[in-house]
Write a protein that binds this ligand. Sequence first.
Ligand code: P6P
Length: 337
Amino acid sequence: MTRRVSLTQYLIEQQRQHGHIPQELRLLIEVVARACKRIAISVNKGALGDVLGTAGSENVQGEVQKKLDIIANEVLIEANEWGGHLAAMASEEMEGIYLVPNRFPQGEYLLMFDPLDGSSNIDVNVSIGTIFSVLKKPEGAKGVSEEDFLQPGSQQAAAGYCVYGPQTTLVLTVGDGVTMFTLDREQGSFVLTTESVSIPEDTKEFAINMSNMRHWDEPMKRYIDECLAGKEGPRGKDFNMRWIASMVADVHRILTRGGVFMYPWDKREPNKAGKLRLMYEANPMAFLIEQAGGAATNTRQRIMDLTPTQLHERVSVVLGSKNEVERITAYHLDAKP
Ligand code: P6P
């Protein structure tokens, strides 16, 4: 029988052999993984656990909160606040940052998360997930403020997600490639199942919400029209389309078999750069995608080069197979400003 390597063993070996993961960061990742296991238990209960439906409140984004959004947020806060590895946290579900209470030791890391992304899929039993991003507190900063979080994605120390689907899978990068761990429910721990994840540079599969097509700007319409034209069109090949409406699930498919994911700006809300959030959705996913050999832009610039101006800032997202992302970005840069 193949002896599986646990997440703990993998992280300790990475720390010991490659020096890639300082002790505090290893502890942080293990605590986040434990919190994801707790969230998976609640998600998997569904109707049996009185966790479905809305919580009767709205989050800072003005979106209706699902019960599981709040449960997942609380699990992540409670799991991470006492360990001494964090200075503060930020979440899609909280307006401001969450300072580690004074009764606990303060650490050097900042943790951001979307506790349960894709929550519109919860009640219909479609895969959802937790997305997290880790930054270091700026050197010499006295205390912690929201400004300390406003660092470009290129400064991330780690990023990952846990997808709650047919399998519960933790996908992680600390800047040395992408690794996948599947939850072994019998032993109650994540075990290593895929190392050195690599995205094909080309693809025939795109992910976008086609119902918004009439609202996109011209370069995005051009790209999708060319995909739809198939073999007879300028691309000379047929394309397939997927849209799960759960970024974690769509990104997991792309990390597993390639593809390109797009959530572009559209004219329904012209003052919004896009729907997805930079700090705890686009940046962590961009880190993973680039570490797996893909690319991630906001249709004009590398996502991880963007300097955030606010915690819940939104951004257009194009990510996945490198050559498709480069083509889409080129169409936008070539178009009239
Ligand atoms: P739409 C989920 O609400 C989310 O933030 C992402 O996970 C997903 O990719 C997107 O929104 C889906 O948006 O407009 O297709 O429902």
